[in-house]
Design a protein around this ligand. Sequence first.
Ligand code: PEP
Length: 251
Amino acid sequence: MRKPIIAGNWKMYKTATEAKQFVEEVNGLVPDSEKLDAVICAPAIFLAQLVVSAENSPLQIGAQTMSEEDEGAFTGEISPVQLTDIGVKYVIIGHSERRQYFNETDESANKKVKAAFNHGLIPILCVGETLEQRENGETGAVVEAQVEQGISGLTEEQITQLVIAYEPIWAIGTGKTATAEDANEVCGIVRKKVAALYHDEAAEKLRIQYGGSVKPATIDELMGMEHIDGALVGGASLEAGSFVKLLEAGS
Ligand code: PEP
């Protein structure tokens, strides 16, 4: 049985004060970590503060990106060493917004995934097709290639700890959700690809999230699907009540 994982991606929203209030509101309402992994991926500027705010709750804190380097003259970057040092547990890698606006690629995602594992962070590797690719029938091939390059060189043990988020780009922040069947089909393609690259046992343990306009009203159906083990959620993770509803559906 794969443990569900619901992760909020706050992107560049909230002030430190709002973030603290959010965590105080949800702290007592987060399901036990044996049932579900609940994660908030927050802006880097208040990660350290949120780790402290969530100390007595099962809520875990994640970053939204990081450098693949341990340290050095990389102005503005944040390293995996720095993230683990303050108690961050997860990191989103290769989100489509990072690929679109910050030139991230499958190659850089792969370096970051490896760097995350090297420092005890759990990477959430994002993959997904554009609308044009979907309309051209290329979804499977695009996602398979992103998975193959993104996980290249990982050990079998790392595959079983990895989280992959299937996020069709056309569904992110648009209000358009893939149908549960379509999302499940692509998550199944991801699992099959990992099985082909490693083997069935590792692929069965891999957790795959769906992301793209997930809301409390849509999560139940998604979570009922064979290959969907959780959700990566932007907009609907920003409000405490809505985030808690997502956690309840996931657990
Ligand atoms: C995301 O940021 O990864 C995301 C899926 O956003 P939204 O839920 O707002 O579509």
